[in-house]
Design a protein around this ligand. Structure first.
Ligand code: UDP
Ligand code: MG
Length: 308
């Protein structure tokens, strides 16, 4: 029988885990397929691990539990899950039921019908989300797709059904900074996205603050485009040209007998230039920091306990 692996990264999900498990198993039992859950406890500060162990003991052989030594972030949880998954098909789901399990059979159907390797999901609405957050998200997708060599799908969630081959390809990418929205497009294969309306969490709270999301977006742009680097070259070149023209004009004017006493103009030019130089340095610094992360080759996560 074919095996489906379900990876569930969890951070403080004590309120949602039981609800998630019950809802998902109900759908799985109607499918003609074996399944395994891989719960990853990403350094939760609540009873998430205990609940995982409860579920693990109550359903022998069905659930694997990976317990991280601290919070390593969702991408790390995701990676650990994929590395431990044995299935012919693999999916990743949020523990908060924002990824409706009812979509699994639909994803399989689509995959079989159209011969896809990946069937993803994308939200076409952002109902229940703060307006400013939606606006920033849209701007992010526009920006990154304008400059990146891969097309990152607007609104795509991490909820995807993948064939084994795709997961092996993802695991062959060994970079430290893992921006999965980009990696899934980068590896290629035939992908399709089912559209659905945004679903709100059943319980608990999102762990994404505005600044965390902002940082995440910035990471994506830096990892998938060189546009900021190029932009600083353009801005630098443009300013140099303007300054050169100004210098020539000043020279001609002073030769024709003008006297300059307005140091304010010169001062503001200097300050402006200093700002641009710092900005360019900052951009280089961001890329340098990423490079440093990569060459250090630290592991993506540390496992404290593993329950098979
Ligand atoms: N998550 C995680 N580690 C983190 C943050 C989140 O494993 O550091 C998990 C979380 O428990 C959830 C999934 O990743 O199952 C998505 O997180 P969340 O629901 O907070 O994000 P949103 O759906 O709001 O984008
Ligand atoms: Mg969620």
């Amino acid at each position: 029988m074919t095996l489906l692996s379900i990876v569930v990264p969890c951070y403080n999900e004590e309120e949602t885990l039981h609800l998630y498990y019950d809802a998902t198993v109900k759908v799985l039992n109607e499918m003609n397929m074996d399944h395994e859950f891989i719960f990853v406890n990403d350094g939760s500060r609540d009873r998430t691990l205990e609940i995982m162990k409860e579920l693990h003991d109550a359903h022998p052989g069905e659930i694997k539990v990976i317990n991280f030594s601290r919070n390593f972030g969702k991408e790390a949880g995701f990676l650990a899950g994929l590395e431990h998954a044995k299935g012919d098909y693999i999916t990743v789901m949020d523990a908060d039921l924002q990824d409706p399990p009812e979509y699994l059979p639909k994803m399989f159907e689509t995959m079989e019908k159209n011969g896809d390797d990946i069937v993803g999901s994308r939200r076409v609405t952002r109902k229940g989300e703060p307006k400013i957050r939606s606006f920033c998200a849209r701007t992010f997708y526009k920006l990154i797709n304008r400059f990146s060599e891969v097309e990152i799908v607007d609104g795509a969630r991490d909820f995807r059904l993948m064939k084994r081959q795709v997961v092996d390809a993802i695991l062959s990418l060994r970079e430290y900074n893992r921006f999965s929205k980009g990696m899934f497009v980068w590896v290629g294969f035939k992908a399709e996205y089912l559209e659905y309306e945004n679903v709100e969490r059943v319980a608990g709270e999102t762990s994404w603050s505005f600044w965390k999301l902002f940082r995440y977006a910035l990471d994506g742009i830096i990892e998938y485009t060189n546009a900021p680097l190029r932009a600083s070259v353009w801005v630098g070149g443009f300013l140099t040209a303007i300054m050169l023209i100004e210098l020539i004009v000043l020279l001609i004017m002073s030769l024709t007998g003008h006297v300059f006493s307005n140091t304010a103009i010169i001062l503001s030019f200097i300050l402006f230039l200093a700002g641009v130089i710092l900005l360019a340095l900052g951009i280089i610094g961001e890329y340098l920091a990423k490079t440093y992360d990569e060459v250090r080759k630290r592991p993506h996560y540390i496992i404290k306990d593993y329950y098979d």
